[in-house]
Design a binder for this molecule. Structure first.
Ligand code: HEC
Length: 155
């Protein structure tokens, strides 16, 4: 009996802080999801960037796959990943600026620009390294333009 009580007390101390944390941060999962999406885009962009810079040899199938990945990931970008209240500095771990909600049209335009640039990269990445370079300028620009307006720089 005594042992059961100890176990129960232990379970309570272990699980309570976790529950409290969930209650405090209803946006934890969606913020992690959009970070994962961004990191996957960055990883594929780095593959193409390495080829554009000449740090890695141009490889048409690898470039084509990275471009297709970025296009697929870009198509997942939507305001659904940015529910109201998940902004910086309100929500823990968020770097999403309140301008996303006060200027939603501008934010949607940046998502559209990203998808256009990704489609351009899909069209040109498989041809040659110059195609990758051309695609990089537009794609890097689309990432950067949105970050400049809608992302709080990390300290
Ligand atoms: C439409 C706007 C928009 C576009 C386009 C965009 N991003 Fe982001 N990105 C954001 C916002 C907003 C954040 C901050 C999200 C947060 O902290 O919740 C972010 C965060 C990031 C992060 C940090 C993730 C982390 O774990 O903190 C990386 C890396 C990133 N973006 C890469 C990219 C790359 C690469 C591209 C282009 C292929 C891109 N982004 C295009 C809006 C955008």
């Amino acid at each position: 009996m005594k042992r059961l009580f100890v176990l129960a007390a232990l379970a309570a101390t272990v699980s309570l802080p976790a529950l409290a944390q969930d209650a405090e941060s209803p946006f934890k999962d969606v913020i992690e999801a959009r970070h994962g999406l961004m990191l996957l885009m960055a990883q594929n962009l780095a593959t193409l960037g390495g080829m554009a810079k000449g740090a890695v040899a141009y490889d048409a199938p690898v470039a084509t796959r990275a471009a297709a990945n970025i296009a697929a990931l870009s198509s997942v970008m939507s305001p659904d990943l940015f529910p109201a209240g998940s902004d910086y500095p309100t929500a823990p771990d968020s770097f999403a600026l309140p301008a996303i909600w006060s200027d939603q049209a501008g934010f949607l335009a940046k998502i559209a620009d990203l998808n256009t640039a990704a489609a351009g990269m899909v069209a040109s990445a498989g041809t040659n390294v110059d195609g990758v370079k051309a695609g990089m300028a537009a794609l890097g620009g689309a990432c950067g333009a949105c970050h400049k307006a809608y992302r709080q720089p990390e300290e």
